[in-house]
Design a protein around this ligand. Structure first.
Ligand code: PLP
Length: 431
């Protein structure tokens, strides 16, 4: 069972002002979720979540998360600009990039961001870029390689392009100390969409153990440990959300035993989750355009993989609700006895993998019906693209008071052609 924070009637009303398809985010749920995460780690005095901007790079959402005390995890120039735009500067930015251009290192340092290095060679590169000095605070990204199993989605750490080997870390921190770096962090990011709480706890333990070893070997203490993101969400109705309180308690226990118990002083615990912060609280709202019956039944929507690429990209499951059948209440719940149809739910892109669902039983629909695709609040709109001349949709925010505001307009053909300077386009009035 999946629920919706709005009714079919509300969607019809909103779509008069903001035509489908659009993404809509639930402010109340996002704020409640942010507070729950903070509460689960309240035992750590310096706990800080850096929202992974790439999951939902909209400044209105980022500003809301800043109000909840979250910083920004950035990995590109555009993301740094967005962080600055919402007032996240200094140590409210974690800059975790890879294959980094000099101008991004420069910008990150100008903003006072925490630079999280991806490779040992970047130490000299950064020093050069900054004219022969290093920031006072630096962090390194650890890739445990064969020592950690990874998970099905992100793959094996050994095959991942990110991070330092274990040996390189000892070398890097010694070099940093010698060059006058004063404060140190250690980071890893080994999971994606992980639903097993123990995996996250084990990741923290791995870092605590390593911090103790490095601090003894090099003669430094650490300011923080950043356990990365990767906390999963239940895309399928039969999956359980990760028990974040359990993760919080598990990491607290590990922190006491593996860090404090080993003589390392208190440090700050950082996270950089994206998916689990906004994912379940964003919805792609679309309308059925055509129903086509050939070898299969195809339900064609006015949205396509330009609006949400995950199903086409990695066969990801996104639940589809048809609000007209829903049970109205404080939230809108699917009824069990709804008539169903077996179909492929498609977009209009000229790519056969432009499907939101393949051979799925969904509530019976007719052209004109509104459908809602769940869990589109992270890596949804953000992954949008314009292939085949498809335009990215608007983003709306359902505010705590029940009103709706547009936080990004839909793209127009003028946006699509903006980078072309061709007389044949300039003389036309665009539809
Ligand atoms: C993508 C990414 C995240 C966020 O991952 P989620 O799965 O959205 O939590 C965090 N850190 C880094 C370095 C990333 O690349």
């Amino acid at each position: 069972m999946k629920t919706l924070p709005f009714t079919a009637e509300q969607l019809e009303t909103w779509s008069k002002t903001y035509p489908t398809p659009f993404h809509i985010y639930d402010e109340k749920a996002i704020r409640a979720n942010a507070r729950r995460l903070k509460a689960a780690f309240a035992w750590n005095k310096g706990f800080h979540e850096y929202f992974a901007v790439k999951a939902a790079p909209n400044p209105y959402l980022m500003a809301m998360l800043r109000e909840e005390g979250f910083g920004s995890d950035c990995s590109s120039m555009a993301e740094l600009v967005l962080a600055k735009a919402v007032g996240n500067v200094g140590e409210d930015i974690m800059f975790t990039s890879n294959d980094t251009p000099a101008e991004e290192f420069r910008m990150a340092c100008e903003l006072g961001a925490i630079v999280n290095l991806d490779d040992i060679s970047h130490l000299a590169f950064l020093e050069d870029t900054l004219g022969g000095r290093l920031p006072e605070l630096l962090c390194c990204r650890y890739n445990p390689g064969p020592l950690k199993g990874g998970n099905a989605i992100i793959g094996k750490p050994e095959e991942a392009k990110y991070g330092f080997t274990r040996e390189q870390l000892f070398d890097a921190y010694a070099q940093m100390k010698a060059k006058g770096v004063k404060r140190f962090g250690l980071h890893t990011m080994v999971a994606s969409n992980e639903l097993d709480p123990q995996y996250i706890v084990d990741t923290a333990t791995m870092l605590f153990d390593l911090v103790v070893e490095i601090s003894r070997a090099v003669g430094i203490v650490f300011d923080f440990v950043n356990i990365g993101g990767g906390v999963g969400i239940p895309y399928r109705p039969d999956q359980q959300a990760m028990d974040i309180e359990l993760v919080g308690r598990g990491i607290e226990e590990s922190y006491r035993a593996h860090l404090l118990g080993q003589g390392h002083p208190d440090l700050r615990l950082y996270m950089e989750c994206g998916r689990c912060i906004t994912g379940p609280y964003g919805y792609l709202v679309a309308r059925v355009r055509h129903i086509k019956r050939t070898y299969r039944t195809y339900v064609g929507l006015d949205a396509c993989m330009a609006n949400l690429m995950r199903p086409a990209l990695y066969g990801a499951y996104h639940h589809i609700s048809v609000p007209k059948y829903g049970e109205a209440g404080t939230t809108y719940t699917e009824k069990v006895e709804t008539p169903m149809m077996l179909c492929d739910v498609t977009g209009s892109l000229c790519e056969n993998n432009d499907k939101f669902a393949v051979q799925r039983e969904i509530p019976e629909v007719a052209p004109g019906d509104v459908v809602v695709i769940h869990d589109a609040g992270a890596h949804g709109h953000a992954m949008g693209f314009q292939y085949n001349g498809k335009l990215r949709s608007a983003e709306l925010l359902l505010k705590e008071d029940g009103s709706v505001v547009q936080i990004r307009r839909a793209e127009t053909l003028a946006d699509y052609f903006a980078t072309l300077d061709h007389p044949g386009l300039a003389c036309q009035t665009l539809p």
